[in-house]
Ligand binder design. Structure first.
Ligand code: 5AD
Ligand code: SF4
Length: 471
């Protein structure tokens, strides 16, 4: 697909940071620190976007709270992938009437994928007067300017222009402290799977320059992050829009070359273009986790075709075999949709048999959710919610059984893990991850957080492993 790769001039981003300084003078004139709350729904890309919103808010002098009654500014960063998340957002935005009554000067902003849909922006405008500012993913980089307009004019602002999107560098970020960091390498999606709203709300695929990504990765390592996840809607398309050809495997190799002790993970990979070169690179780069999230969505060829996924069941299985031939210890996870319009019992059964064959370490399963404006929304769908629920329950049972069996295989073995936080529980007070990303609960001193230790796995269940530190 050919289209122009748009880049926002760094000077324009710096201007936004200058506006943050102006807002700082305005809100901190009495020396009292104001508070902001950023509430995030959906995927890791949204988490990464919220880190930028917090970055701007920190430049404006805001501290952070998770209590909406304490917040002077509330930003709700939304997800549009399924209806359920949208309903939760509407419920929570509605509830903010109470906080605004208690704090009439409170500014409430709603942003993210959901508001990029025209019917949602309209609904917020007409039925949710409590909302002062609405901005879509393409406008995030202008958040300071938009917020200043709300503050100065005391009027509601809606910024949800349709756009193909741009690459933007230089936005400040406030990341969660700790061991793990998200690193966006590209934005948008060109795949137009027929059920999915993402390409409509996040625009076309566009890649950051490798040198910008490597610089940021180096900074993260210097700041002490030990577990870096590269993010993109489809990382396997990385670089296709760049003048200097660099593909995703090349990028992994570049990041692997950064000195330091850290793990590289990534998500999400589209099976249509995961390459042998990628698997080989993963196997050869010692910092790259042997972990692959490869959403299959369905195990039936007709459904895959109407989903516009561009691969067959056989091709997918061959790809998994190839990946495992390079990395026998590969941890493989997937996403599956049940109840796609017109999916029959037999077709669903193909998904079950595929899962039995592939044996995923973990599966993320969803009931199809109709998204306004996508091709699947107008496909005939004769099956009832009960039919879909029945399929969903059968798939969940299978997924849990296989995960439980795969976890049981770890028992008695010693594995290397990176300790990444506290659980808040007494018996197993620390959480950690294996190289492949499986969760291991441990007992130990919290000074171990950020360290790699050997652990003997003593117990397991569907969701996690439990172990003792080996000395
Ligand atoms: N309904 C249900 N699940 C969906 N996903 C994307 N769109 C929909 C939808 N309309 C799932 C896919 C995708 C994951 C992020 O969300 O499985 O891989
Ligand atoms: Fe949606 Fe398909 Fe793009 Fe993933 S690859 S974001 S499922 S359109």
């Amino acid at each position: 697909m050919s289209y122009e790769r748009k880049v926002i001039d760094i000077k324009d981003v710096r201007r936004q940071i200058d506006i943050c300084k102006e807002i700082y003078e305005h809100v901190n004139s009495d020396g009292v620190t104001r508070l902001a709350m950023v509430d995030t729904y959906g995927c890791q890309q949204n988490e990464a976007d919220s880190e930028k919103i917090r970055g701007y808010l920190a430049e404006m002098g805001y501290g952070f709270t998770e209590d909406e009654f304490q917040a002077d500014v509330i930003v709700i960063n939304t997800c549009a992938v399924r209806e359920h998340a949208e309903m939760r957002v509407f419920g929570n935005v509605g509830a903010l009437n109470h906080t605004k009554k208690a704090r009439p000067d409170q500014i409430i902003a709603v942003c993210g994928c959901m508001v990029q849909q025209e019917h949602i922006a309209k609904k917020l405008k007409m039925s949710y007067p409590v909302v002062d500012l609405v901005f879509g993913p393409h406008e995030l980089w202008r958040f300071p300017e938009l917020l200043r307009q709300v503050m100065a004019r005391k009027k509601r602002i809606f910024a949800t222009e349709n756009d193909t999107g741009a690459v933007i560098e230089g936005i400040p970020q406030v990341r969660k402290e700790g061991v793990k960091a998200w690193l966006s390498i590209m934005y948008g999606c060109n795949n137009f799977c027929t059920y999915c709203i993402v390409p409509y709300v996040r625009g076309r695929e566009r890649s950051r320059l490798p040198e910008d990504i490597v610089r940021e990765a180096r900074e993260l390592v210097a700041q002490g992050y030990k577990d870096i996840t590269l993010l993109g809607q489809n990382v396997n398309s990385y670089g296709k829009d760049l003048d200097e050809p660099t593909d995703f495997a090349d990028l992994i190799r570049m990041i692997n070359g950064i000195e330091g002790d850290f793990i590289i993970r990534f998500m999400t990979s589209h099976p249509k273009d995961a390459t042998e070169k990628l698997f080989k690179t993963m196997a050869e780069c010692e910092k790259c986790a042997h972990q692959l999230h490869l959403p299959v969505q369905s195990g039936n060829d007709r459904i895959l075709k109407v989903m516009n996924r561009n691969y067959t069941r056989e091709k997918y299985i061959r790809q998994v075999e190839l990946a495992r031939s390079y990395m026998p210890d590969l941890v493989l996870t997937t996403d599956i949709i049940v109840g796609f319009p017109g999916e029959t019992d037999e077709e669903f059964n193909d998904t079950l048999t595929l899962c039995e064959k592939v044996r995923y370490d973990a599966m993320f399963t969803f009931i199809y959710s109709k998204r306004v404006g996508t091709p699947a929304a107008s496909m005939p769908d004769p099956f009832t919610r009960e039919d879909k629920q029945r399929h969903f329950d059968a798939l969940t049972e299978l997924a849990n059984r296989i995960s439980g069996e795969k976890h049981a295989e770890y028992e008695g073995k010693t594995v290397r893990v990176l300790v990444d936080g506290e659980t808040g529980k007494e018996e197993y007070n620390l959480s950690s991850r294996t190289n492949g990303g499986r969760l291991v609960h441990l007992k130990g001193d919290k000074s171990l957080i950020g360290q790699t230790v050997d652990v003997k796995i003593t117990a397991s269940n569907t969701w996690a492993l439990y172990g003792e530190i080996s000395i």
